[in-house]
Design a binder for this molecule. Structure first.
Ligand SMILES: [Zn+2]
Ligand SMILES: [Zn+2]
Length: 177
């Protein structure tokens, strides 16, 4: 169809609107990752804003963002407290003492409300650190979808040894398996 023909299309306005809506419709991965990004805007640790969404059968079970435990002072009140730890490979890692990571907060929210998250998937705006990955394995998460890599080199071995899957979902593209 030429451009000229398109411009002269005589379809009812509703039909044209329908087809353009279909083109823009989000896939499930983009949908849940968009929600994770939105949730990350509630994060309070000044070192980074991360969001997490736990999903089973396209249904959101729980959400979390990184920040201080409920009722305690937030990092963005100027009290971010950094500690350093050394990995077995010699690399130095920095973390904030005050902060619970987003994926752990999503798990905590599920536990608090009695929601089973066994055999679910999680969408996180950044790949999990090794500490969170260990917990994700034990709560029965099947697939971790992440947007940005974060200390990803530290989790290679654990991923190899477990059956949990790690899949990158960038907002403008299909997941890379
Ligand atoms: Zn902090
Ligand atoms: Zn973590």
């Amino acid at each position: 169809m030429s451009e000229e023909t398109k411009e002269r299309c005589c379809c009812p306005a509703e039909d044209r609107a329908g087809s353009s809506d279909n083109e823009k419709r989000l896939g499930w991965h983009e949908y849940f990752m968009s929600v994770a990004h939105l949730i990350s805007r509630r994060a309070t640790c000044s070192r980074g804003h991360i969001g997490a969404v736990i999903v089973r059968e396209n249904n959101i079970l729980s959400t979390g963002y990184n920040g201080a435990p409920s009722g305690l002072p937030h990092c963005n009140d100027g009290n971010c407290r950094i500690y350093k730890s050394i990995h077995p490979d010699g690399t130095v890692e920095e973390n904030c003492v005050n902060t619970i990571h987003a994926e752990i907060n999503a798990i905590a929210q599920a536990a608090k409300h009695g929601v089973s998250i066994r055999d679910s998937d999680i969408y996180i705006t950044a790949s999990p650190c090794i500490h969170c990955l260990k917990v994700l394995i034990n709560v029965g998460i099947k697939t971790i979808y992440y947007d940005k890599p974060y200390k990803i080199e530290h989790i290679d071995e654990l991923l190899r040894l477990s059956s949990i899957r790690l899949v990158q979902v960038t907002m403008a593209a299909r997941p890379k398996e």
